[in-house]
Design a protein around this ligand. Sequence first.
Ligand SMILES: Cc1cc2nc3c(=O)[nH]c(=O)nc-3n(C[C@H](O)[C@H](O)[C@H](O)COP(=O)(O)O)c2cc1C
Length: 145
Amino acid sequence: MDYYKVTLVILMVKLNAEMKETFAKIKLFPVATASKSGVPNVAPIAFVLLVSDDTIWLADNYMHKTLANVKENPHIAIYLWEPDSRKCFQIKGRVAVKTSGPDFEKMKATVKAKKDEYPAKSLLVMKITEVFTCLPGADAGKKLV
Ligand SMILES: Cc1cc2nc3c(=O)[nH]c(=O)nc-3n(C[C@H](O)[C@H](O)[C@H](O)COP(=O)(O)O)c2cc1C
């Protein structure tokens, strides 16, 4: 394993049961990235799958600035806001882009099964590194894991 991968494994954290329950209820995810020079970007993305407690897959069908950003700066953030339970979590991580291999093919099959015309251009594999609460109140912004 190279130095970057070892460092990332050390930084990775797992979502707890409450976070996973909330994740499962979200239909659309705001996905924030930034260019190398720090220009921010946020895009609505629906194909966001929690594949294990510490890994999220995002399907790139129509990404442009998002894809360009993660290729030059792997940092990414999403938030989950679930109004019925009033749960809110900010999830940060790092992305690797895949355009081949078993994980990419699995994502492509999942996306195509939904609608064949989706291009499924690439797979963004997000390793979770930090989770914060984004509820207002005394604990606002507190790091949870
Ligand atoms: C409801 C909704 C769901 C979307 N889901 C996806 C998705 O799963 N994957 C994708 O690549 N684009 C998706 N898009 C399209 C992107 O948000 C859109 O192409 C956007 O311009 C990408 O931003 P960017 O150019 O800054 O990367 C979705 C758009 C909407 C409105």
